[in-house]
Design a protein around this ligand. Sequence first.
Ligand SMILES: [Zn+2]
Length: 285
Amino acid sequence: MDSSGRVITRYRMPTLRQEGKDKVISRLLKAVAVIISGPEYKVEAIGVGCPGPLDSKKGIVLSPPNLPDWRGVRLKKIIETEFRIPVAVENDANCAGLGEAIAGAGRHASSMVLLTLGTGIGSAIVLDGKLWTGKGGFAAELGHTSIDINGPRCGCGNRGCIELYASATGVVRRMKKALKARGGAMTAESVFLASAKGGKAARRIVDETARYLGCALANIVNALDPEVIVLAGGMAKAGSGFIDKAEKEMRGRALKESSRGVRVVSAKLGEDAGIIGAAWRAKEL
Ligand SMILES: [Zn+2]
């Protein structure tokens, strides 16, 4: 990425995490080497987006749920030792949020919240062009704010986290429960498709999901009074009024003063958001 936030070149490879962290890291270093060897620019710093939670100051991976063998990996040190230029390591959801704030749907906004509705719910808070990372770097875990004290137990230890309802995984879980179905290949996409085709059970699940999400958005709006809320991930693209329904629910619940003027929009940059956000973190070093 250049200093204005424009992506100059990219190199893509599969993670293949089942091969273990050492092989993944060695592939990662090879990918960086390919980018650095480009003759038409000089790379001054490297930004890395990585699943959290992590210690972004020291660049140490702490305990990512989907990469269990990465606990304690000193990613910043490994990459700095190899390439001898500054390295920034940041939570991937924060990178996506920062990217959208700099060059995407949150551009020109003074405050922005990003929610990525995927396997879980990733989120980021950007205030005055800067990530809000909290006292220890763990801020903006909005997917783990509870909307039901008696709700199902979440992997984080809380109950009724919004991630259990409005993530793609949550939609499938609730649909299977409604149909009393076990196993089988169901995706959130297929539930949204069935709803669009008039399937009653699917329609109910999708409408409920929009209400759950709207409730979470109202909590965010009341807490932060943001200018823009950006929704990313497959479900944000589902269309057919899903975001509109969530927004309507939010406006019915949030304080009038803070919900007035807040915009709820879809993300613009796709996976470039994470690239731009990570590189911007490196630029800030
Ligand atoms: Zn949780």
